[in-house]
Structure formats: C-alpha cells, structure tokens
Design a protein around this ligand. Structure first.
Ligand code: PLP
Length: 384
C-alpha cells in the first residue's frame, strides 16, 4: 500500500510570477518590479475598524454570504459608484477576488465546458479553470489595443462555451475598454446563453475618460457575475475580502458551493470592509493620483527608450513590447535581471509572448533607478 495524492494537485505549478521572481534571491541588488500589490498601508480608519471588531469580540462566524451590513453597504457602494442595481441578497463576501472567481467557476462549470478569456490575462485564471475541469480558450487582444472586439469573440464561441471571463482594468496591461466597445460587447453578450464573469478588482484605479462597469448594463444582469474586492482599491491584500455580485438565482447556488469551502470570510476583515466602503470610500482617490504620476513617468521613459508600449489607463501595470529585440520574453527578462539587476515578469506568463509586465506600484526612486538600468540594458542589447 502507498499513500497517494490527487494527481491533478501534484501537477499544479506555483504562479509563473513567483517562479520567475524566486530567482531574486541570487541577485540581492536587483530591483523587484514584479509584485502586483499597492505600496500604501491600509487606510487608518479601516485598520481601526478591524482592531475594534477584535476588541469587541466580533470574532464568531458570520452568515455564509457575509455580514448583512457589509452586503448592504457593498450593494449601495456599487450602485452609487458604478450605476449598478444590486441589493444585499445579490452580494456574496469571499476570501478575496481569487476565491470569488474560484467559487463562480465551480458553480457554473461542467466537465468539458469552455471558458473564453481575453489574453494577455491574469495568470491565476487558467489553473482555476483547468482544476474545475473546463478548457481555457484564449481571445488574443494584442492587436486590438488590448481591448476585446465582438467579431473576434464571436468566432471563438462554440456550443461548449459556458462563460467569458474579462478583467478590465487589466492585469497585466493596464488597459480599460472604451465605452463604445463596452456597449457593443454588452449588446452582443445580452443575446447569448453564456455567462459573463467580469473581474473588476482594479475598477477604483483608472486614470482618464469615463470608466464603465459591466454591472451598469441591465441587459446583462441575469448572466453577469461581477467580481470585485478591496485588495487593490484599499490596499488590503492581506485582509482577504472579495465580492461576488450576481442575481439571487445565481448567488443562491454559489453561496452553497462557498459554504462548504470557506464557511465565511474572516469576520474582523468584514468589519474593516464596512468602514472601507462607507467612511473610507474615497481613500482610493489619493492612491490613484499617485499611481497616475508613476504611470506617466514610466510610460514616458519607455517611449524615450524606443519601446512600443500601450499607455495604460488603469491598475498599476505597464506592458511594453520587446519584439524588436528578437528574444523570447523569458530570455529578455532573465538577461535584464542578470545583467542589469531589474526584475520584471515575462509576458509569456500572461499568455502573451513578446512583452514584459512592469509593476509601477513602487517608490519613485526605485522606478527612476530601474528605468535608468533598463535604458542602459536596451542600449547594450541594441549594440550587440
Ligand atoms: N484578479 C486580478 C486581475 C488580480 O490581478 C488579482 C491579484 O493580483 C486578483 C484577482 C486577486 O485578488 P485578491 O487579492 O482579491 O484575491
């Protein structure tokens, strides 16, 4: 007799980002621009709300769906900020957006289903889709300004298509979708018997023009799982609070799937979340202004270096092309780390060869030094 493990679990790999950045231990002087999290502390009033909850012994289980008060303020917040129309029964509180997406996938997927996702995409999606026994199908948006277009999407739909998974503002590109394209996508999707999972975790971090949520389209409501959370907006990655907003017919099932999995999200964190979405609901504004300054700086430097780069309109990532250098993204990023001491993530990790992902949620001095090093490296490679 021997002890065995689930064979699919044994095949799981650590995230491509971690895999790459683990090399940093060998380069102690390298600058790390790989981590996708805000560089601000959690707002003070939010921290105090969490501390208060613990001191007042608000530390027992909450309902599976989350505290009623939190679900109420979440619905009100989304309705006000994003022109949605949700009530408290249409909100589930999860352990971050990650767990929200996993719960949704496990609610809808039957083995053999296909999930279409626009690529480049957040590296966490594919393992979750595959683990739920569905097949990821990639919609390449590299040639369309990193925005999905209806015709290309239509061409990928088959009878097995169960859902489309979008993430705008996007990790890794920072792209948002123009209102005109959103309208076209919404009109098309409203006619399909396909779910839409919209991961809008970066919705508070947008820079120019009107930002639109898929949650603002009434025609999509019956098929939309809107995913969000406080990790990025309120610099709360470690508190683990995410949300699913969806009609009751859907959340009724998802809450059961989730109940067996997590029982409920961490309760002191839920109390902190109430403060985040009420008293501290404007906390993201100052952070976003700071990301915008950094976006402008990094974008300007990359353009100066002669790199082809899309100007990001949200989140805190930028995704320049390195196709002109004739190297794979892995080779370029590895050489950049070893020869110039800058660690960024190869585009291949996000299903987009020929690009690099740079996170700019780092101190300005770090960004200046990193861009100086990158510029020198680019010159050196060009001279080879
Ligand atoms: N979705 C996207 C697009 C992300 O970039 C991330 C984190 O980087 C997550 C979800 C995970 O968010 P959370 O911390 O809420 O689980």
């Amino acid at each position: 007799m021997s002890l065995t493990l689930n064979s699919e679990a044994t095949q799981l790999r650590i995230s491509g980002i971690r895999e790459f950045s683990n090399q940093l231990v060998d380069y102690p002087n390298a600058l790390n621009l790989t981590i996708g999290q805000p560089d601000f502390p959690t707002p003070e009033a939010v921290k105090q709300a969490g501390i208060r909850a613990i001191e007042e012994n608000k530390t027992s289980y909450s309902p599976n769906a989350g505290l009623l008060e939190l679900r109420q303020v979440t619905a009100a917040y989304f309705n006000e900020r994003y022109n949605c129309n949700y009530n408290a029964n249409e909100v589930l509180v999860t352990n971050g957006a990650t767990q929200a997406i996993d719960a949704v996938l496990r609610t809808i997927i039957e083995p053999g289903d296909e999930i279409i996702l626009s690529a480049p995409m957040y590296a966490g999606y594919v393992p979750m889709i595959e683990y739920a026994k569905a097949k990821p199908v990639f919609l390449d948006i590299t040639e369309t300004n990193f925005e999905p277009e209806v015709d290309a999407l239509k061409a990928l739909i088959t009878p097995k298509t169960k859902a489309i998974l979008f993430n705008f503002p996007s990790n890794p590109t920072g792209a948002t979708v123009s209102p005109e394209r959103m309208d076209a996508l919404a009109a098309f999707l409203a006619e399909q018997d396909i779910y839409l999972i919209s991961d809008e975790i970066y919705s508070e971090i947008t820079f120019e023009g009107e930002y639109r949520s898929f949650g603002s389209y009434p025609a999509l409501k019956d098929k939309l799982f809107l995913i969000s959370g406080l990790s990025k907006s309120h610099s709360m990655t470690g508190w683990r609070i995410g949300f699913i907003l969806a009609p009751e017919a859907l959340t009724d099932i998802t809450v059961k799937v989730n109940a067996f999995n997590i029982l409920c999200a961490a309760v002191p964190s839920q109390y902190a979340a109430i403060e985040a979405l009420t008293g501290s609901k404007d906390a993201p504004i100052a952070m976003t202004a700071s990301y915008k300054e950094r976006r402008d700086y990094i974008y300007g430097r990359l353009v100066e270096m002669g790199l082809e780069v899309h100007k990001p309109n949200g989140a805190f990532y930028i995704f320049p092309s390195i196709k002109q250098f004739g190297m794979s993204s892995h080779e370029f990023a590895t050489r950049l780390l070893k020869e110039a001491g800058v660690c960024v993530v190869p585009g291949a990790v996000f299903a987009a060869e020929g690009y690099l992902r740079i996170t700019y949620a780092y101190a300005f001095e770090t960004l200046v030094e990193a861009m100086d090093r990158l510029a020198a490296f680019v010159e050196k490679v060009r001279a080879e």
